[in-house]
Design a protein around this ligand. Structure first.
Ligand code: FES
Length: 174
């Protein structure tokens, strides 16, 4: 029986809003998939594009950047930067052969536990449909191609094999 694919999702959360939303979802016992690994940062604007690419490189099938709603960022303009970076990253991922749906932006306040849970659920379903990331090599057949055994080196004598004596011209006399 084949094991079903369980996506590995990295979710960057901002300390003030979306992390609170994730916490509220847990406190409220809202059921949602456990595929997301939460990484807490002070602001979604702290998510550098290299962090997203590193997550994919390290085996993530999907990445979520979550933060306060536009206008609610505790650092005024952090999530505006997030929006700009997200758009640029989506384009770059497309060029790299990574489906842009593997990256998602979610705004959720600390009182929106249900939105958080719905976002994770939806993302998990999307990634399940897309399958494992082509960057992490999962999902490919695990059978390693057997290495061809190197041909045995035959002992080569230093002396060249003597050429066969040419048959005498004329052959045997009758
Ligand atoms: S503090 Fe939440 S997005 Fe900036």
């Amino acid at each position: 029986m084949s094991k079903s694919f369980e996506p590995n999702i990295v979710a960057f959360t901002c300390n003030w809003c979306s992390y609170g939303g994730a916490d509220l979802a847990g406190i409220s016992r809202i059921q949602y998939p456990t595929n997301a690994k939460v990484i807490r940062l002070m602001c979604s604007g702290r998510v550098d594009p290299s962090m997203v690419l590193q997550a994919f490189k390290n085996g993530a099938d999907g990445v979520m950047i979550t933060g306060c709603h536009i206008g609610d960022c505790h650092y005024s303009t952090g999530n505006y930067r997030t929006q700009v970076r997200y758009d640029a990253l989506s384009t770059a991922m497309d060029m790299m052969g990574l489906h842009p749906d593997r990256l998602r932006l979610l705004w959720a306040s600390a009182s929106e536990g249900q939105q958080w849970a719905d976002g994770i659920t939806e993302m998990t379903q999307i990634i399940k449909k897309l399958g494992p990331s082509p960057l992490n090599g999962r999902g490919k057949p695990k059978k390693a191609t057997p290495k061809k055994a190197a041909p045995k080196k035959e002992a080569v004598s230093k002396k060249k094999a003597a050429p066969k004596k040419a048959a005498k011209k004329g052959g045997a006399k009758k």
